[in-house]
Design a protein around this ligand. Structure first.
Ligand SMILES: Cc1cc2nc3c(=O)[nH]c(=O)nc-3n(C[C@H](O)[C@H](O)[C@H](O)COP(=O)(O)OP(=O)(O)OC[C@H]3O[C@@H](n4cnc5c(N)ncnc54)[C@H](O)[C@@H]3O)c2cc1C
Length: 426
């Protein structure tokens, strides 16, 4: 690799910023350029639906790295610099301002965009989408003036937004087209528990309701639901998912996954085009635990892929990716998940709690053919960490003990681990 032709990172978000740090950490001392479409230095998105939405004072606290990080490490951070064309054959990226950057290797860390509800596209008065810090600031301002909010979408983002708004004293209604919350990510029993929790916290839930028509009437949006009811609200948040930002990749002819739309990468985050890598929400990768290729939209996955992509760009080995882990904070619950959901998983509870408990604390252990595949902790992140070594292992003969809330989890894990080790020895 020449010292003068840079490594180019397109996208100054979570994965881009972590990849830049990893490249320097691995000793790469050549030119390193980051082109980011936003005007902010890389920041963490998870607080946008939580602390940042509630408190303007949080805006300055969410940088992925401290402000001086980039200059200190000689990382050329170009903000408000949108790459419009990637010429992968010539190794050149063209920017919206007419300039071009020749690169030796390029990482696409372009994230994604909020999925649009055609009936309420961005720009519709009183309607908000939430992906960026600017989106969060606009929504926060609007929430401070509105007494009422309708959230469309019962996924993580919609639920977190509803939770923050309810905490700020807004009257919140959440509309979800599926019959349950978080149907793909959570087992039915936890989705049902969460629905009870959401309602116990004063949010009106309308599950199994599609929106058939919307229009703006003066200072409010009117939504006609397919069960015949209609809602009127001065403020609406649409949170119906994410579409990966793959325009550059598509234009450059890179392979995209036919179903999830992500940029296909191998285990080392290499795309189908030599010299081009991808990481974060924009990319699709085979995940052994899921047994298929998936596009993970999570903070941890962005970090892990960034680390692996950086090593790959420098042709050095990297530790394999950590187990998938995800968290969400909503309605007084810090929910953490380790492993992967799958329709064949059966869940057993460790502990339990009423919907209106002040701080509910319990876990669900999901096994598939006896092996621990998915563990979910509600306000029990410390316990979840103890289970880490058991994921993928046969826990069938220890499941009852692992789920016995009267027994210390540490001891049950140790016994289970000891048996697994003795089986290996045999
Ligand atoms: C409100 C919110 C709450 C979240 N909460 C959680 C949570 O609780 N737990 C969790 O695990 N995950 C959460 N996430 C998800 C997590 O933040 C993302 O998975 C993570 O940010 C993905 O990082 P990324 O680098 O792939 O994308 P991003 O962080 O989105 O960065 C991509 C960047 O690329 C830029 N870009 C795109 N195209 C171009 C171009 N052509 N030229 C230049 N720049 C470009 C974009 O402007 C953007 O700045 C949340 C996300 C949001 C939005």
């Amino acid at each position: 690799m020449t010292q003068h032709t840079p490594i180019l990172i397109v996208g100054a978000g979570q994965a881009g910023a972590m990849a830049a740090a990893a490249l320097r950490g691995l000793g790469y001392d050549g030119r390193l350029v980051m082109a980011g479409g936003e005007r902010h230095a890389p920041y963490e998105r998870p607080p946008l639906s939580k602390s940042v939405l509630a408190d303007v004072g949080e805006d300055g606290k969410i940088g992925v790295h401290p402000p001086s990080f980039y200059a200190d490490r000689d990382i050329e951070l170009r903000l408000g610099a949108c790459v419009t064309v990637l010429d992968a054959a010539r190794h050149v990226a063209h920017l919206a301002d007419g300039s071009a950057i020749g690169y030796d290797r390029c990482l696409l860390a372009t994230g994604g965009n909020a999925r649009v509800l055609p009936a309420l596209p961005p720009g519709t008065p009183h309607v908000h989408y939430l992906r960026s810090l600017d989106d969060a600031a606009r929504l926060r301002d609007a929430m401070q003036c509105a007494g009422e909010l309708v959230v469309i979408g019962g996924g993580f983002l919609g639920l977190e937004t509803a939770s923050t708004a309810a905490g700020m004293g807004l009257k919140v209604t959440l509309v979800e087209s599926a019959q349950r919350l978080l149907a793909r990510a959570l087992p039915l029993e936890l989705g049902t528990w969460l629905a009870g929790r959401v309602q116990a916290q004063g949010v009106t839930l309308r599950l199994g309701c599609g929106i058939v028509h919307c229009d703006v009437q003066g200072d409010a949006v009117r939504m006609q639901l397919d069960d015949g009811a209609s809602l009127r609200a001065p403020l609406v948040v649409v949170a119906i998912g994410l579409t990966p930002e793959v325009a550059l990749a598509a234009g450059a002819g890179l392979a995209l996954h036919p179903q999830n739309g992500g940029i296909q990468v191998d285990a080392r985050c290499r795309t189908s085009s030599e010299g081009v890598y991808a990481a974060g929400d924009c990319c699709s990768q085979y995940q052994p635990l899921f047994g298929t290729e998936v596009r993970l939209e999570s903070w941890q996955s962005a970090n892990e892929q960034a680390r692996i992509a950086a090593a790959s760009m420098l042709d050095v080995d990297a530790e394999p990716a950590a187990l998938p882990w995800f968290w969400t904070d909503q309605f007084g619950c810090n929910v953490q998940m380790l492993g992967a959901a799958h329709p064949e998983i059966r869940y057993a509870w460790r502990g339990g709690a009423a919907h209106d408990a002040a701080t509910p604390k319990f876990m669900l252990l999901g096994t598939r053919q006896g092996r621990l595949s998915h563990a979910i902790a509600v306000n029990a992140g410390g316990d979840l960490r103890q289970l880490r070594t058991l994921v993928g292992q046969d826990v069938s003969s220890h499941l009852a003990r692992l789920c016995d809330g009267a027994l210390p989890l540490r001891q049950a894990v140790r016994d289970c681990q000891a048996q697994a080790d003795s089986n290996i020895t045999l």
